[in-house]
Ligand binder design. Sequence first.
Ligand code: AMP
Ligand code: MG
Length: 420
Amino acid sequence: MSIEYRPPTARAPLKPLDQALAELLAHALPLAGTQAVSTFDADGRVLAQDLVASLDVPAHDNSSMDGYALRCADWVDDTTVLQVNQRIPAGTVGYPLAPGSAARIFTGAPIPPGANAVVMQEFCTAVTAGEGTPATVRIQSAPHPGQWIRRRGEDIASGDVVLRQGTRLTPAALGLAASIGFGTLRVAPPVRVALFSTGDELVMPGEVLPDDMKPGAIYNSNRFFLRALLVRLGCTVTDLGIVPDRLDATMAALESASRQHDLILTSGGVSVGEEDHIKPAVQALGELNLWQIAIKPGKPFAYGKLGAAHFIGLPGNPVSSLVTFLVLVRPFILKLQGAAVLAPESIALSAHFDWARADKRREFLRARQNAAGGLDLFGNQSSGVLTSAVWGDGLIDNPAGKTIAHGDVVRFIPFSSLLS
Ligand code: AMP
Ligand code: MG
């Protein structure tokens, strides 16, 4: 066999992240169909309908305190005594308030017709008590019209669009949907994801004890955070485990995963080494549309299609895998679900560190907010150091070629908005 000499070819410039993301999102056509789920189970899902209120919330003017409902005009001074001839707990309705009287009322109970204020019980003294109800009460503080009354419709008016299609549901949004009577919600279908890791060095924690690790072996960490991230995004995950570093095995895994899945997500094996088989396997079975992006960490990112399934190859280094997931895969999956907001806004914060090592690529640095309102940087920014992503509470989005001096304002994306 002759060894052919190939002159080095000029490397194509890496694709800027914004361009790569735009191209990636152009491929992410929202999945067809919708699913009805119990409001209890809809956290994190993307709403596939507008929710329109068919009632006012609150449905009637009601008391925001335990106390006495009265007419302000009946109050003269702090010796004023009013008759108490009705008691209105929450869940019941009173009757029109006679002039010169007050109604014993509890939080959430409807204000009786005629009353225009509530005085909290701390400022009232029962003068003579009947059977569990004071027959008269002294009102010791001046009532003001509207005081301690929650107005009908002050939260939601009937006809309001309370939540729009494309909203990613949060716990508070579930409560809001429930407050207008929705016990079931129509949401986007779950994205069916096949996940596998490549790497002959990988072993599973729980299967091999640290003391029994062969030289060169490492634990598979990517599998754990990728699976958790996918679940948080409302995906159903088929975990195909670890695939060996062989072209035939890689092709077989991709081939079978391409059936019944919307997305195949892999980690590792996507660079240019002889042990990296993802790229040739995807090219042999389908098409590779995107490969290598100008970000650090995470350059060897790949996107392609295998039949109807999308393919995304993440780098093997754990931090590269995590960052590319958050910056590229997360918006991709949200778009498949028809989400209106795909990527979180970054916030402007002051750097409390110096960063002299400008990179040619746009860089995502692991940092955390400090008590002084600035950002501290994790000391080791290597793409293999997963500790940085646990110590940190977000990513600094640092433009290509930019150094950072103490006090500079930088863009920061909190993990709280990326990991949910
Ligand atoms: P690769 O992209 O396959 O060249 O892998 C790059 C680096 O990431 C190597 O040091 C691998 O051992 C490591 N790596 C690959 N996959 C994983 C994984 N699933 N968990 C932890 N480290 C990994
Ligand atoms: Mg590898």
